[in-house]
Ligand binder design. Structure first.
Ligand SMILES: NC(=O)C1=CN([C@@H]2O[C@H](COP(=O)(O)OP(=O)(O)OC[C@H]3O[C@@H](n4cnc5c(N)ncnc54)[C@H](OP(=O)(O)O)[C@@H]3O)[C@@H](O)[C@H]2O)C=CC1
Ligand SMILES: CC(C)(CO)C(=O)C(=O)O
Length: 313
């Protein structure tokens, strides 16, 4: 399959690398020039489950897409939520009427932006439990296992979604067709809502947070707020399943040793976070539905306070 990875940071690099190794024709598009230069010069370097690998994948700056001659079957969006609109504007000339667009960003509600650029029937929504860490320009660290859930937005496009599931599976990415992607997105957002902000503020990985005597009680309060908002929109979420998924993320054998992407953004790279697309969504929808969301509100405010203290950009 001909695939564009739009947003080739930590996660885009993982997916690009694995899909390229599985013989897909892949190009990367990103806006970080140092990273682009490093990949063009030395290839994409990765510590891939302990093995040092180099993959030669073409990469372009999103400002130079007009020079790209590539008719993509699939675009995988992997920007940060704040960069999504800008990326879609940049790559719009590469989208033809058959190009499917799969969004795997963390957070809730990205379809509202994607709809402005992509025909409804071409949009696939999803989320992933894979992880990735950026070690520097052109170099990522890829450890552990993960999974992907995805579904077509347009009615009757199940075959398209299943074809993408197959391509991802051929690359070892463990994808599943979801019959209720909004529920799956809320479930994943619960994981992010419970650990990303807290690990960022507490300066710890997921396992260290999970080991504390306070973790279970705090997580339950946050999850209750997500579930109340999901309920108000008739999105079904099973509390026991959500709590079990969060608990499994505490395990060092799964993703426990990972510092959530929000920690990488704010603490490691002094960049603004995606909090407004995770806990912040629950706060905004709470106001709309008159549902109290004290934990998500406080967490969102604390992360923004930390962003200000650190002068994050
Ligand atoms: N990392 C993870 O383990 C996981 C992340 N996700 C989600 O996937 C999406 C993409 O996240 P992720 O891959 O982590 O994002 P990254 O921050 O690694 O990359 C996103 C973009 O940020 C810019 N960038 C990244 N690092 C730097 C830097 N040091 N200096 C300058 N620019 C930089 C690049 O674009 P530009 O220069 O155009 O700004 C890049 O395309 C997010 O929605 C995230 O929440 C989901 C699951 C796990
Ligand atoms: C891996 C996980 C689930 C941790 O919250 C994630 O999505 C992230 O790092 O943003």
């Amino acid at each position: 399959m001909k695939i564009i990875i739009a947003g080739a940071g930590a996660m885009g690099s993982r997916f690009g690398l694995m899909l390229h190794r599985a013989d897909n024709e892949v190009i990367l598009v990103d806006g970080w020039q140092e990273h682009i230069d490093a990949i063009n010069k030395n290839g994409l370097k990765a510590n891939f489950n302990g093995e040092e690998v180099v993959e030669r994948i073409p990469i372009y700056n999103q400002n130079e897409v007009s020079t790209i001659d590539f008719s993509a079957d699939l675009v995988i969006l992997f920007t940060k939520a704040m960069q999504l609109d800008n990326m879609l504007q940049s790559i719009s000339s590469l989208l033809h009427e058959e190009t499917k667009v799969l969004c795997l960003l963390n957070g809730i509600g990205h379809e509202d932006i994607i709809k402005n650029y992509v025909p409804y029937n071409n949009i696939l929504l999803g989320n992933t439990m894979w992880t990735s860490d950026m070690e520097g320009p052109g170099k990522v660290k890829l450890f552990g296992d993960g999974s992907i859930d995805l579904q077509n937005l347009g009615a009757g496009q199940e075959n398209v979604a299943n074809e993408v599931v197959e391509v991802l599976n051929q690359a070892g990415l463990n994808a599943n067709y979801s019959s209720n992607i909004l529920s799956s997105i809320y479930k994943k957002a619960c994981v992010n809502g419970a650990v990303n902000g807290l690990c960022t503020l507490l300066g710890c990985n997921i396992a260290d947070f999970g080991k504390t005597t306070y973790a279970d009680a705090i997580v339950e309060q946050i999850v209750d707020e997500f579930i109340a908002i999901a309920d108000a929109q008739e999105i079904s979420l099973n509390k026991d399943e959500v709590l079990a998924q969060i608990k499994s993320s505490f395990n060092p054998e799964t993703i426990g040793l990972h510092y959530p992407s929000m920690h990488q953004d704010l603490i490691v790279n002094n960049r603004l976070t995606e909090i407004d697309y995770i806990n912040g969504v629950i706060v905004r929808k709470g106001k709309q539905y008159q549902i109290s969301t004290p934990y998500c509100t406080f967490l969102t405010e604390l992360i923004h306070t930390k962003e200000e203290i650190l002068g994050a950009k």
